[in-house]
Write a protein that binds this ligand. Structure first.
Ligand code: F6P
Length: 503
C-alpha cells in the first residue's frame, strides 16, 4: 500500500467506526482515566471526557506513523527548512535550548544582549523609566500581552501597556496615565514594516516630542528580525534587540519579543518561562507517540474536525489571568492551520483548523454556554483551571471558580433528561481539562509550548505547512492601493463605502 492509500484507509476506518456514547465511556473501560490523563511539567491533561476509544487512538497512532510524524518533528528540531513555501527553518524551540546547536548558541548570545540592555535600563542608563509602551501587532503583541497580564498582576516593577490596533483609540488609552518623561517606547515587529505598528510608533514618538522629552529616539527599543530597517527608522544599533528570521511571528514570544515580559517579571521570571517551554519541548521530542501530549491533543482535534465535522473548538480559562489566552490561541491555531492546500500545493483532504474561540469562566457560563449545552452545534470544549488561587481574597472565590469549571465538564457529558423538551440536556458533549498546579512562568511556558507543538502536530497529520500565512497579504495589498489611489477599480459596494466614509 502506498503511504497515501494507507492514510486514506486509516481515515476511512476512523470515519466508519461507531461514535461512542460519552456517558457510558467510563463504565465500559474502568482504566480510562489512567489511559487518557497525563501529567507533565506540573500540568495535568485530562482527555478522558472525549469520544476517543482505544481503537481510535490506535488508528491515530497508525496515522502518525504513515505521515512520518517522527520525521517531521526531527526535521523541525534539526533546523531543516520545513516552512517549504518560504524556504525557512522553524526554530522557536532553539530559543529555549532545544534545536540546532548553531541557533541555540546564537539565541543564547542574543539573550545575553537583551539582559545587558535590561540591566542598563534598571541601572537608569536611559534615565527615569517607569512605563513601558510595547507597540506591535499579531505575534509581536499577543504573546507579550498575555504573559504580562497573566503573570505580572502583582508586580511592582514597570507598568507595561501593549498597543496593537491602528485605531488611535488604542494608543490614546495606553498613553493615559503614562508620563512621557518616564516612558520607554518598544517597537516590536519582525519585519519592521507592518503599517499599523509603524504608525503607532510614529505617533508615540510625536507624543514624546510634544511633551518636550529630550532625545525621544534615545528612548526607543526595537525588537526585530530586520535590524537594518530599525536603524533606517532611527533606532540606534545599541537599542536594537534582534531575533533570528527562522522564528515565526506567532512563535516569537521567547525571543526579544518577550522584552516587556522580562521587564515586567524580572529576568529570573523570563528564564523560568523559557525553562517551562523547554520541559515541554523535551517531552514532545522524547515521549513515545502514545503518551505524547501535544500529539494526543492533535488526535482529539482531528477526531472532532474530520470525524464529527465540528467546525469550532472553544477554550475557556477558568482563571481571570488567562483571559487573553483565547485570542493568543486564535492567531496560533488559525493563522498556522487555516489553510486549503497541503505542503505540495494539492488541495487538502478535509476541513483544516476549526475556528478557535472562547472566553473566561465563569463569565462565559452566563453568556454562551446555553449553546454549548443545548444548541445544535457540537463544540469540543477545553477547560483550563489553576489549583492555586491568583487572588488574595477569601478562598471562597477560587473554590467557586473551580467548582463551576468541573461542574460544566460533567454537565456537558452527562446531560439531563426531562419530559419538557426545552428543559432537556442531550449530554454526550465532549470536553478536555488542563489543570495547572500554580500559574508560574514555568507552567505558562510549558502550556504555551504545548499549544505550539499541538498546532504543529495537527499540521503534520493534515499534511500542511503550519508556518506560512499568505492569506493575510491580499487585504493588506488592497488597503495600500486604496490609500494610494482612492476608490478606483473596485466593486460598487467597496467604492461607495470608501466615498461615503473617506470622501
Ligand atoms: O499579518 C500577519 C502577520 O504577518 C503575523 O503573522 C505577524 O505576527 C504580524 O503580522 C506582525 O508582523 P510583524 O512582527 O512583522 O510586524
Amino acid at each position: 500500500m502506498t503511504d497515501d492509500a494507507r492514510v486514506s484507509a486509516i481515515w476511512n476506518g476512523l470515519k466508519s467506526a461507531d461514535i461512542p456514547e460519552l456517558r457510558s465511556i467510563f463504565t465500559a473501560d474502568p482504566d480510562r482515566l489512567t489511559k487518557h490523563v497525563f501529567e507533565v511539567a506540573g500540568l495535568r491533561f485530562d482527555f478522558s471526557k472525549t469520544h476517543l476509544l482505544d481503537p481510535a487512538i490506535e488508528s491515530f497512532l497508525d496515522l502518525a506513523e504513515a505521515v512520518d510524524f517522527a520525521g517531521a518533528r526531527a526535521a523541525m528540531f534539526a533546523g531543516e527548512a520545513i516552512n517549504n513555501s518560504e524556504g525557512r527553518a522553524v526554530e522557536h524551540g532553539a530559543l529555549r535550548g532545544e534545536g540546532r546547536a548553531e541557533t541555540v548558541a546564537e539565541a543564547k548570545a542574543l539573550r545575553t544582549r537583551m539582559r545587558t540592555l535590561i540591566d542598563a535600563i534598571e541601572g537608569e542608563a536611559l534615565g527615569d523609566v517607569r512605563h513601558v509602551l510595547h507597540i506591535g501587532i499579531g505575534g509581536s503583541a499577543l504573546g507579550p500581552d498575555l504573559l504580562v497580564d497573566a503573570l505580572a498582576r502583582h508586580s511592582d516593577r514597570y507598568d507595561v501597556a501593549v498597543v496593537s490596533n491602528v485605531d488611535g483609540c488604542a494608543l490614546e488609552a495606553a498613553l493615559k496615565g503614562f508620563d512621557p518623561q518616564a516612558t520607554l517606547i518598544v517597537v516590536a515587529s519582525k519585519t519592521f514594516t507592518t503599517s499599523e505598528t509603524m504608525l503607532n510608533a510614529a505617533s508615540a514618538l510625536q507624543w514624546m516630542m510634544d511633551a518636550g522629552v529630550d532625545d525621544p529616539y534615545g528612548r526607543v527599543i526595537a525588537l526585530t528580525a530586520s535590524p537594518d530597517k530599525a536603524m533606517e527608522w532611527g533606532v540606534d544599533e545599541t537599542r536594537i534587540l534582534p531575533f533570528p528570521e527562522s522564528v515565526g511571528g506567532r512563535y516569537s514570544l521567547w525571543s526579544s519579543i518577550g522584552f516587556p515580559v522580562a521587564m515586567a517579571l524580572g529576568w529570573g521570571g523570563f528564564e523560568e518561562l523559557l525553562e517551562g517551554a523547554a520541559a515541554m519541548d523535551r517531552h514532545f521530542r522524547q515521549a513515545p507517540a502514545k503518551d505524547n501530549i501535544p500529539l494526543r491533543a492533535a488526535f482529539v482535534d482531528q477526531y472532532y474536525t474530520q470525524v464529527m465535522q465540528c467546525q469550532t473548538r472553544a477554550v475557556f480559562a477558568y482563571d481571570e489571568r488567562l483571559g487573553l489566552l483565547p485570542s493568543y490561541l486564535q492567531q496560533l491555531e488559525m493563522e498556522s492551520n487555516g489553510k486549503a492546500v497541503k505542503r505540495d500545493g494539492s488541495p487538502v483532504d478535509g476541513p483544516t483548523a476549526p475556528i478557535t474561540w472562547g472566553g473566561v469562566g465563569t463569565d462565559a457560563q452566563h453568556a454562551v454556554f446555553q449553546l454549548l449545552h443545548q444548541g445544535t452545534h457540537i463544540v469540543p470544549v477545553e477547560f483550563i483551571a489553576v489549583t492555586e488561587a491568583g487572588d488574595r481574597l477569601d478562598p471562597e472565590h477560587h473554590e467557586a471558580l473551580l467548582v463551576n469549571c468541573f461542574a460544566q465538564g460533567a454537565a456537558l457529558m452527562q446531560g439531563k433528561d426531562s419530559d419538557d423538551p426545552a428543559r432537556r440536556y442531550p449530554g454526550n458533549r465532549p470536553s478536555s481539562t488542563i489543570l495547572i498546579d500554580d500559574l508560574t512562568p514555568h507552567a505558562l511556558g510549558a502550556l504555551i509550548a504545548f499549544y505550539e507543538h499541538r498546532t504543529f502536530a495537527n499540521g503534520v497529520l493534515m499534511g500542511i505547512n503550519s508556518f506560512d500565512q499568505f492569506g493575510v497579504e491580499l487585504g493588506k495589498e488592497i488597503a495600500r492601493t486604496i490609500e494610494r489611489e482612492g476608490p478606483v477599480g473596485f466593486d460598487p459596494s467597496t467604492m461607495a463605502l470608501i466615498e461615503r466614509a473617506l470622501g
